[in-house]
Structures are given as structure tokens and as C-alpha cells.
Design a protein around this ligand. Structure first.
Ligand code: PHE
Length: 449
């Protein structure tokens, strides 16, 4: 273990930080809008099942590997290897994970920048500065780049503070604020006309959709993205966790908060869409399908808020601030992946590592922005559709097949002497060996075909 590694100071701090990483655009934006356009409750059901049957076991693999190694992804996968070949492949896998994390942040930072722009635009508009407000929400290169850079500075600023003083401190402040705002907004929207039509779509499953391959595939992708899996984020957070914590229950709490917030966000977004429709905002396209996800967040909801007068200005500001907070607690966890690597592998000071990695990622974002039509979708697909599931598969293989079973079981027993009698202990090791790789593998193959 590297000397002077940071550590989460409290169990709750870790849970909020890991949940903060997990809860982000994937939950508050992606999940509800995908649910709305994929048969409502049918999607919700499949998502819930996959989150617990598949994403949770993979989350546990990442947390366990990370905590066992107390090191970054490259060092950790090399560390649990049993031969030179597996050590080499492990290091390569960890390295690709770090690269994927950087690419994810390169598009995440762009979208989060837009969110900052929207957050500021509503109060600025209300104060009468219309052209400034228009600039903040207009799609031009200077605005896109400035906002992305601003967001990256916020992310870097927190990560420079380190695990306890940066990540843990900010996550424990921001996450409760996020949950309270989300509940308040959902309660308000549910009182408006039209909300009940949305609730119906959200809660009554269109059963014919449940077994469609695309639905399962989309739901799995969302679950992996939403729980921050595959790219070493949870591995590195696990590595900062003390040996005293009971991992299966801590991991389960993180997964529960993540899924809970996604479901909660659905109670806000889906009814809000139907409230908007009630007020004459178009929510379906010419073919009668729901508008695409980004249109919903960046057009439909602002149009709805506009019809609500001053209350709408408050709601809009609160809503986008909420999205901004959720993005920030996720982006710090993504930046931590390359930063931990640079600090541990090359002995760089944390500040230099955070600034260098942040600047490189912002440069990539800039390139993506300059070629937006070609690159944006490509980077999102490459990282979330292929990268995350394939790396998740590799992690299962390392946890299930490469890591010596006695060492893995020892890691589980560290905190809980009676672990051997627990259900988790009996099921998970076999599960991560056989079931996870088969399911994740078949989904990966399907996505490639
Ligand atoms: N889980 C985050 C979200 O839902 C995104 C993320 C992906 C974070 C991968 C870290 C790693 O928005």
C-alpha cells in the first residue's frame, strides 16, 4: 500500500461519496426519459431486476478488488493476478479503464457545462438580462467551451482537496441537498394538472415490452452507467475504504440509494412531461413517439417552467442546480481515476495530477465540441455501450477466475468473522464466476453484432 493514501473517514462518508458517484445524469436524466420512451413501468421493472441481479454483483467485484489492493486499477488488477500473463492483461485492462474514464468525463463535462448554463440562465433572465440568458442556453462554441471549462475547474478544485477533505466533504454536503431538492420538486409537480397521466405511464407496465431484447439491453447499459461500473471508479473508491467496513452491506446501500434516486427522479420527470403536454408543450414527435432525451430535458422542461411564472423560475433553477450537483459528485469520482493512477504510479503531487489530467480531458472535450456532430455520439457509444460492459466482464473474470479464491474469501471475511454463514458469502463467489460473465458476455456480444 502506498504511504499516505487517503481514506474515507466514516462509513457514511463513503456511502454518500460512492452514491454521489453513482447518482448523476444517468439517474436523473437518462433513467426517467428512457423509462418514458420504453414502456414506462416495464422498463422500470427490468431495470430494478438488472440492477440487483447483475450490477450489484459487479459493483461488489470492483469494491472488493479495490479494497484488497488499496491501489489504483492498474496496480490492483496486477496485484490479484496469478501469472505473468494475467498480470499483463490486468494492467492493460486497468489502463483501458482509466482511458475510458477520461473519455466519459470528456462528454460528461460538456453536458454538465450546459447544465450550469441553464441553471444560471433562469435567474439571469428573470432579472432582465435576456441576451446573457440567451447566450447561456444557446448552442455556440464559445459558450459550450467556456461552460465545460468552468465545470472542469470545479471538478479539479474538489479533487485537489483529496479523498477526505475534497471528495468526502463535498459529497456529504451535496448529496443531502440533492435528495431534498428532488423530493420537493417531485411533490410540487405531482400537484399540477396532467401529472396523473404521467404517473400512469410510469407505474403501469406495458408488459408486451418487457421481453424485447432492446429494452433489456438498454436497461443493462443504464444500470452499468448509473452505478459507475467498469471504469475503475468504484474500484478506486473501494481502495480508500478502511478494512473495518463490511463491504456487502455498504455496497448494497450504495446500490439502493442509486436505484432509489433514479426511481424518485422518475416521479418528477415523467409526470412533468405530461404536465407540459397539458399546457400545450409538444412532447411527442411526428410519429407519435416521445421526443428524444435531450429535447425533453433542455426544451420540454424549460418550456413547462416558463408556463409557471415565478414559481417556474424557482423550479427551473432548482431543477438544473440539482442536475449540476449530481453531475459534480459524479465527475469528481471519474477524475479521481486518472489522478489516483498518476499519484501512485508516478509519485506526482495530487495537485499536479489533477490539473494535468483535468486539462487533458478538457482538451479532448474541446476537440469533441469542435466536431460535435461526428464525435459526441461516437464517444458516448464507445464508452458506455461497449467500454463499460466489456470492462465489467473483465472485472468479473478477474474476481471469479484469476484472483485466488482463498484470498478473495479472506477479503470478505476481514470485517465479518461470521461471514461464512452469510448468504452473500455462499452465493456471490460462485455467481461472479459463472453467472455474471455469461450474462454480461452475451450482452456484449449482442451489442457488437
Ligand atoms: N454514474 C454516473 C451517472 O449516473 C456516471 C458515471 C459513469 C460515473 C462512470 C462514473 C463512472 O451519471
Amino acid at each position: 500500500m502506498a504511504a499516505g493514501r487517503g481514506e474515507f473517514k466514516s462509513r457514511w462518508g463513503f456511502i454518500l461519496a460512492a452514491a454521489g458517484s453513482a447518482v448523476g445524469l444517468g439517474n436523473i436524466w437518462g433513467f426517467p426519459t428512457q423509462a418514458a420512451s420504453n414502456g414506462g413501468a416495464a422498463f422500470v421493472l427490468v431495470y430494478l431486476v438488472l440492477a440487483f441481479v447483475l450490477a450489484y454483483p459487479v459493483l461488489m467485484a470492483e469494491l472488493l478488488i479495490g479494497r484488497h489492493a488499496h491501489g489504483n486499477a492498474v496496480a490492483a488488477l496486477r496485484g490479484i493476478s496469478n501469472s505473468r500473463l494475467s498480470a499483463g492483461i490486468g494492467a492493460l485492462t486497468g489502463g483501458i479503464g482509466i482511458l475510458m474514464a477520461c473519455l466519459i468525463l470528456s462528454f460528461y463535462g460538456i453536458v454538465a457545462g450546459w447544465i450550469l448554463g441553464y441553471t444560471a440562465s433562469f435567474p439571469i433572465e428573470a432579472l432582465g438580462f435576456t441576451s446573457a440568458a440567451d447566450w447561456l442556453i444557446g448552442f455556440d462554441l464559445s459558450r459550450n467551451i467556456s461552460l465545460m471549462v468552468l465545470f472542469m475547474f470545479m471538478t479539479i478544485g474538489i479533487v485537489v482537496g483529496g479523498v477526505h477533505d475534497g471528495i468526502e466533504r463535498w459529497s456529504t454536503r451535496l448529496m443531502p441537498a440533492l435528495i431534498v431538492t428532488l423530493i420537493a420538486l417531485a411533490l410540487y409537480v405531482l400537484t399540477l394538472d396532467g401529472a396523473s397521466a404521467g404517473l400512469k405511464v410510469y407505474l403501469l407496465p406495458d408488459l408486451s415490452r418487457i421481453f424485447s431484447g432492446d429494452l433489456i439491453f438498454d436497461a443493462l447499459g443504464s444500470a452499468f452507467f448509473s452505478l459507475s461500473l467498469g471504469v475503475g471508479t468504484m474500484l478506486i473508491y473501494g481502495s480508500y475504504l478502511s478494512d473495518k467496513e463490511n463491504l456487502p452491506s455498504t455496497g448494497a446501500q450504495v446500490a439502493l440509494i442509486d436505484v432509489g434516486i433514479a426511481v424518485l427522479a422518475g416521479f418528477l420527470i415523467v409526470p412533468a412531461m405530461f404536465v407540459a403536454a397539458e399546457r400545450g408543450v409538444e412532447i411527442f414527435d411526428a410519429r407519435g413517439a416521445l421526443l428524444s432525451e435531450d429535447t425533453l430535458i433542455f426544451n420540454v422542461l424549460p418550456a413547462l417552467f416558463e408556463t409557471l411564472g415565478l414559481a417556474g423560475t424557482f423550479m427551473a433553477t432548482a431543477f438544473f442546480a440539482l442536475l449540476g450537483v449530481a453531475s459534480l459528485t459524479s465527475s469528481i469520482s471519474i477524475l479521481e481515476v486518472p489522478v489516483a493512477f498518476l499519484v501512485e504510479q508516478f509519485n506526482w503531487p495530487r495537485k499536479r495530477a489533477a490539473l494535468t489530467a483535468g486539462a487533458l480531458i478538457a482538451t479532448v472535450s474541446g476537440i469533441v465540441l469542435m466536431n460535435f456532430d461526428v464525435l459526441f455520439g461516437l464517444v458516448v457509444t464507445l464508452t458506455t455501450r461497449y467500454g463499460q460492459p466489456i470492462l465489467g466482464l473483465m472485472l468479473c473474470i478477474y474476481a471469479g477466475w484469476v484472483w485466488r479464491q482463498d484470498s478473495l474469501l479472506g477479503e470478505l471475511k476481514k470485517t465479518d468473522a461470521a461471514a461464512e454463514t452469510s448468504l452473500f458469502f455462499r452465493i456471490w463467489p460462485v455467481y461472479v464466476r459463472f453467472v455474471c460473465p455469461v450474462i454480461v458476455g452475451s450482452i456484449v456480444i449482442r451489442s457488437i453484432l
